[in-house]
Write a protein that binds this ligand. Structure first.
Ligand SMILES: [Fe+2]
Length: 395
């Protein structure tokens, strides 16, 4: 995270005696990245965070069954048709994955168990619904349009608002998810040309304290899922400080960068991960040169697979393709993609009639290694999508 925060009670100096009201010592814990050489936070627990009493292996059905995109095709998945129910941790339905990132969909309506992902950071994008995210750092109220970035190793749980169903895109990195480096000063402050800044990020509220003994926590590591039981409830932190903590950022707070002629997706970049980027396409003025072609040109990013999640508004470039709200497309390396034939003319006609803005909202992930297809993508696939460009061109 880019800046320092402090919450609750902490001692005046690091690594000194800090006593509970009963005279005992609080248990200090460092959560730190890259082996003591990058961002970290110090948390002060009422009980030792090391005290475990049981460990059970769990089946990880959601993690199995990803296959290559073969024969090679552009794909369209209708998440609207995937089963609903379950929680935001064990209810994840794997859409795509490679060695750098796993991308899942969840339509969750139940509270999750406590959970820690020790394989990397997560970014959860909520398309709709509202939830309370509770963690050892405190809680964050999240709602539609929020990305919630959860650092690796954070013990947390998701509590949907009563009666709500969350539609969420779950991005699990094999490393860290951060704001793009080019938008930060040498000391980590957002620069003036960044499309968002510190004021747009919502960190956890005050300390979150809970009682309990023999409390189970689901832990994901490279070996799969384990349920570890802790002697004391992990939510026993009276204070913490540092640069490492979960936070929320709402896609509506992304300030679009526009050009006179069409700007490429890096202007929409919101986060970077290991060998992938996350971009936010937000409502904005259309490209405003009188001769501009105001939607994307055909393109082939030879190093990338591109996943796009259509979350709100009207995505002009995909008109006539069958893509709708809640759809996900995958345009893999090896395939040149672009607007559906006729889409450019339609937008130019719209400009002449005064429609000079776009209300589309979409979340895009570009990976730099090919994505395998998970079981949920095969279940939700629209088999006609691959031929939609040819169908329109021949009509
Ligand atoms: Fe693209």
């Amino acid at each position: 995270m880019p800046y320092y925060r402090v919450t609750g009670e902490i001692p005046r100096k690091r690594h000194v005696r800090f006593r509970r009201p009963d005279g005992g010592l609080y248990a200090e814990e460092l959560m730190g990245e890259e082996g003591f050489t990058s961002d970290s936070s110090l948390l002060y627990h009422a009980h030792p965070p090391t005290a475990i009493v049981k460990s059970e292996g769990l089946d990880d059905a959601a993690g199995a069954g990803a296959v290559p995109n073969h024969p090679l095709l552009p794909r369209h998945f209708r998440t609207q048709e995937l089963p609903a129910g379950g929680d935001l941790v064990l209810g994840r339905q794997l859409l795509m994955a490679n060695d750098d990132v796993r991308i899942s969909f969840a339509a969750a309506d139940a509270a999750s168990e406590l959970y820690r992902n020790s394989t990397g950071d997560e970014a959860i994008y909520l398309r709709n619904g509202a939830a309370r995210f509770e963690s050892v750092y405190g809680s964050i109220d999240a709602s539609a349009g929020d990305y919630v970035v959860v650092p690796r190793g954070t013990i947390h749980r998701w509590l949907p608002s009563p009666g709500d169903r969350l539609h969420a895109l779950v991005i699990e990195a094999r490393g860290h998810i951060r704001p793009p480096r080019r938008y930060l000063s040498a000391s980590g402050q957002f620069l003036e040309h960044a499309p968002y800044c510190e004021r747009d990020l919502r960190g956890p509220g005050g300390p979150l304290l809970a009682d309990g003994e023999d409390v189970p926590v689901i832990v994901r590591n490279r070996g799969g899922l384990t349920r570890l039981s802790y002697a004391f409830h992990p939510f026993d932190v009276v204070g913490w400080d540092g640069y490492l903590y979960p936070y929320a950022f709402n896609i509506g707070d992304f300030e679009p960068i526009v050009k006179r002629t069409h700007a490429p997706p890096p202007v929409h970049q919101t986060f970077e991960g290991p060998n992938f980027v996350i971009c936010s396409f937000c409502p904005r003025p259309l490209d405003f040169d009188p001769e501009a072609v105001p939607i994307p040109y055909n393109h082939h990013n030879v190093d990338s697979d591109e996943m796009m999640y259509y979350v709100a508004g009207d995505y002009s470039a995909r008109k006539g393709s069958g893509v709708g709200l809640g759809s996900i497309t995958l345009h893999p390396s090896g395939f040149t993609h672009g607007p559906q034939p006729g889409a450019v003319d339609a937008v130019i006609r719209g400009l002449a009639e005064g429609r000079t803005t776009t209300d589309e909202t979409a979340v895009m992930i570009d990976t730099f290694r090919p994505l395998l297809l998970g079981p949920a993508s095969r279940r939700a696939e629209d088999p006609e999508y691959a031929w939609s460009w040819a169908r329109a061109a021949r009509a």
